[in-house]
Design a protein around this ligand. Structure first.
Ligand code: 9MR
Length: 386
């Protein structure tokens, strides 16, 4: 009897929800409702102007492929961005077609584009377990790894010395659930060179380019729980990153900045714990390090299809995250992982089941400002002065 009763109630509920969904109002009637937040941004000033007014830098990753072929996008990009972040073009796979050959063509094009449009230029990344060329596995081993790594850094950072604002020297080296010493991630560099590969990389980078800011860049520091089984919690990651930074600083390693990747997830904003994140930023600042938000975007693949509702939730994620992070005076810059929905890695890796295009970035695919843009503008406007 009881079971039937429950089933009946559930059936009724499903029916009601189904009806609401079919008339397109489900999203607006659930916890996803975010209509009350006012995303008004005062004035028309660009993101780079608003950031600069607070002593911050705003920029975005920009791809050679898009910037060199899309005139509309390439003229819009410098209007919003004070910095161009070069990524895939400067990774090992992008820049080192063979062990003995470096191809700077695309990187140089981007550096020149940045300079022509009075933008700062930033490089990602010199050392990563990912983004390695196919020849790497066959040619790099514990005998030659140190020489390969140091040569690479000297060659690449040396090539851009004087043109580059900052380098992500080492990327995503921490992964406590791999069970390795110091919470470091399994990577060929750790396997071949041991714990000190990170220090080695920073020293080589400083030698090659004494002026660039040197960054350790890490992901999921904002995310409280586990992404999947066997992935580290935010707490475990923050603890291990802090230990790493303390160790590097105590050894006099030339590191200037912690980069916090901001790959947010609109459907999992409950994983953002403002107090814990804020306390972590203070701990990092107390090590005499600056902080950059390095790869900001918001996955919307699991949000409702209604664009108005979806855009509000994405904007909320931007504003909630940035208002916590920008409260810390050591934060000096914010970079999105793309400027427009026209060109985002998420349209490949986080597609929507309904087939609709994803909308994770400040500008839409037509290069119009979205609520996400407003949210960023508001976060910059409300940020304390640096
Ligand atoms: O967005 C990047 C994508 O185009 C590349 O195929 C991929 C592998 O090189 O890297 C992506 O960028 C990653 C960045 O380098 C490090 N942090 C996570 C980013 C998203 O995976």
């Amino acid at each position: 009897m009881r079971k039937n009763y429950l089933l009946t109630r559930r059936g009724l509920l499903c029916l009601c929800l189904g009806t609401l969904a079919s008339i397109g109002t489900l999203a607006k009637s659930t916890a996803f409702n975010n209509q009350v937040r006012d995303f008004t941004a005062v004035g028309e000033a660009s993101l780079k102007e608003r950031a600069a007014a607070k002593g911050l830098i705003y920029g975005s990753v920009g791809k050679y492929r898009t910037l060199s072929s899309d005139a509309e996008f390439s003229s819009r990009f410098p209007q919003e961005c004070a910095m161009l972040v070069a990524s895939n073009e400067l990774k090992w796979r992008g820049i080192r077609p063979s062990p003995d050959r470096f191809d700077f063509t695309k990187g140089d094009w981007l550096a020149e584009f940045a300079s022509r449009h009075n933008m700062l230029f930033r490089g990602h990344t010199l050392v990563w377990h990912n983004g390695l060329p196919e020849w790497f596995q066959e040619k790099v081993n514990s005998q030659n790894a140190e020489r390969m790594l140091v040569d690479h850094i000297k060659k690449v950072a040396g090539h851009y010395a004087g043109k580059i604002h900052s380098w992500d020297v080492v990327n995503e080296a921490v992964y406590p659930t791999h069970g390795r010493a110091e919470g470091l991630r399994d990577s060929p560099w750790l396997e071949f060179l041991g714990l000190d590969y990170i220090e080695l990389a920073f020293r080589a980078a400083r030698e090659a380019d004494p002026k660039a800011l040197l960054v350790y860049n890490e992901n999921h520091l904002w995310y409280e729980g586990q992404l999947r089984a066997n992935t580290p919690t935010g707490e475990a990651k923050r603890t291990a990153v802090l230990k790493l930074l303390e160790r590097l600083k105590s050894k006099g390693t030339p590191i200037d900045v912690l980069g916090i990747q901001g790959h947010l997830r609109g459907h999992q904003l409950d994983q953002l714990h403002p107090k814990k994140l804020r306390a972590f930023l203070t701990d990092v600042a107390n090590l005499d390090l600056k902080i950059m938000v390095t790869e900001l975007d918001v996955r919307d693949h699991k949000l409702p299809k209604d664009i108005d509702v979806r855009d509000r939730l994405v904007a909320k994620a931007y504003e909630d995250f940035l208002s916590v992070v920008l409260d810390e005076p050591a934060v000096m810059a914010v970079f999105t992982w793309g400027l427009s929905d026209r060109d985002t890695w998420l349209s490949r890796v986080a597609r929507r089941k309904d087939g609709l295009p994803v909308r994770p970035l400040p500008l839409d695919a037509q290069l119009n400002r979205k609520l996400a843009w407003n949210a960023m503008a508001r976060a910059f406007d409300n940020a304390p002065m640096r």
